[in-house]
Design a binder for this molecule. Structure first.
Ligand code: NAD
Length: 298
């Protein structure tokens, strides 16, 4: 299959490379020269523009930051959707508003382009390992067309429902993740300030009733887990500003249906404060810095 992959960032880069390594004819593209260079160095063919990337492709996959990027690329004046022939498969894996995904699906429908929203979970580690979880919104037969591609990038593929349903599942998951990360950081900071070894405390909680994904795979305390962003100064990973965006989407969804999400709201405000303090580009587990007391003197 010929695939255009648009957005080669922390997630899109390794996802495109996994499709390329699986033998698909992939052309990648990104606005960032650094992102393109990184993938090119690993053998991925890079197209000069998104328009050039989609020429003659069977499928287009996008992995962009937020709703406005997806709208501008596909639906804006001279939008890319207008260049796709009927029958093309369009998989958007960005985490965006469910309403935007539905808009894209409707516009695709009008042109005969089959659209899926397929946001992911599993972090950059999952993207590299090809073990992501896909939460898919769209028609079941279209998911079956997409499945062979999704299987090269992920280990779990869920059909959440119709257009936009993948996004709704994703923001529910990420609201929970945002809350869990803050709770985990708070508990670790408390124990360490009281003299506990962070490694020992992490292992105790991991195997006790407080055990969770952050303690298993993404410990926020530097020095505990060599594979986590905390071990590299919180570089790469899942940016604080991306988590802030997802928690904002969760609050918008909650408002629309009058749902009470008090912890999700508090988490959004804490990540907003962390971002305002200049940490928006750091991995979201750096929220530890917001709750960590300074070392005691003497
Ligand atoms: P990122 O910022 O690292 O990458 C996004 C890339 O999109 C950038 O390289 C940017 O230059 C590129 N881009 C933006 N507009 C473009 C355009 N018009 N054409 C081509 N390229 C364009 O972000 P990421 O961490 O890879 O996340 C991407 C999406 O996946 C986000 O919606 C995020 O919420 C979601 N997500 C991220 C993680 C994670 O752990 N990083 C996990 C799950 C989901």
């Amino acid at each position: 299959m010929k695939i255009a992959f648009i957005g080669l960032g922390n997630m899109g880069g390794p996802m495109a490379l996994n499709l390329h390594k699986a033998g698909h004819e992939v052309r990648g593209v990104d606005l960032s020269a650094a992102a393109c260079d990184k993938c090119r160095a690993e053998g991925l063919p890079i197209a000069p523009s998104a328009a050039a990337a989609v020429e003659g492709t069977d499928a287009v996959i996008s992995m962009l930051p937020a709703s406005q990027h997806v709208e501008a690329l596909f639906l804006g004046a001279d939008g890319l959707l207008g260049r796709l022939p009927a029958g093309t498969l369009l998989i958007d894996s960005s985490t965006i508003a469910a309403a935007t995904s539905r808009k894209l699906a409707e516009a695709g429908d009008a042109r005969g382009v089959a659209v899926l929203d397929a946001p992911v979970s599993g972090g950059t580690g999952g993207a590299v390992a090809g073990t992501l979880t896909f939460m898919v919104g769209g028609e079941a037969p279209v998911l079956e067309r997409a499945r062979p591609l999704l299987e090269k990038m992920g280990a779990n593929i869920f059909h959440a429902g119709g257009a936009g349903a993948g996004q709704t599942a994703k923001i529910c998951n990420n609201m929970l993740l945002g809350v869990l990360m803050i709770g985990t950081a708070e508990a670790l900071a408390l124990g360490v300030a009281n003299g506990l070894d962070p490694q020992v405390l992490s292992e105790i909680m991991r195997r006790s009733s407080g055990g969770n994904w952050a303690l298993e795979k993404y410990n926020p305390m530097p020095g505990v887990m060599q594979t986590a962003p905390a071990a590299r100064g919180y570089a790469g990973g899942f940016g604080t500003d991306l988590m802030l965006k997802d928690l904002g989407l969760a609050q918008e969804s909650a408002t629309a249906v009058k749902a009470a999400t008090p912890l999700g709201g508090l988490a959004r405000n804490l990540y907003a404060a962390h971002s305002l303090a200049g940490h928006g580009a750091l991995d979201f587990s750096s929220i530890l810095r917001l709750v960590q007391p300074p070392p005691r003197k003497g």
